[in-house]
Design a protein around this ligand. Sequence first.
Ligand SMILES: [Zn+2]
Length: 296
Amino acid sequence: MNHRLNAFTVDVEDYFQVENFASQIDRKTWERYPSRIEANTERVLTLLGRHGVRATFFILSWNAERLPQLVRAIAGAGHEIASHGYGHQLVYEQEPAEFARDITRAKIELERLAGAPVVGYRAPSYSITARSRWAFGHLLAAGYRYDSSVYPIRRRRYGIPGAPRFPHRVAEGLIEFPMTTWRVAGMNLPAASGGYLRILPLAVSIAAVSQLNRAGHPAVVNVHPWELDPEQPRIGGGHLGGFTHYANLHTTGDRLRALLDRFRFGTMRQTLEHAGFTLEGSAIADPPALTNPRSA
Ligand SMILES: [Zn+2]
């Protein structure tokens, strides 16, 4: 067992709220879909409980509004509550002022439900990219202390190729904890998160976490509750998004158990503090001064 602490994270969204289906499912129709988020989140909580691991749950406020008891149950089990925004709108498709309202409202609502400061944010579909770096300044101004949205890879909808692969400061007071990659043959290979965790061989995720830990850095594992639900209703046809959404759902639990057995995990907060970062000024009643978003 390696003794470096890694972050275990959960993006709390339902099977019909994912970006892969956004072109087929209008946000306004979300109410029509049978919700499976509570039962599926319970599966994640059980898994974590068995391993004695506390994790960070990035919660969509659309879900928190409708299921306040879910937020209370997660917080009550000792996990960290963080924000995934309100309705899964991509950051670079929002105006900065709209984004600022979204993250401020989400923080206030989640803090009210959790009874604890909310200092972490993860953008829907990792949508802080080169063209939405302005988001860092807004997160800091809204009272967030860390972000975990940057994937240091190149993808059509997300990624900042060449971005650092381990936690670092992106603005005065704001820490970026990038999504985990495996550096191999001069390239960053995505690992240990969502579809990459399910579809690539588990050895890739293990190699990525091990490599970061050996270099003295923490990794982050990420899962969505619907990824533990092979019985979920099927949406759409046989396009690629459908394939990546449904592939290997029956293996997610075993893969997570293998990682939980092999590595040490905690919340984002614990992991950042263990790595030497101070999440200062994170109390609710401590609104920070507005900084210039462009300085990020
Ligand atoms: Zn998401």
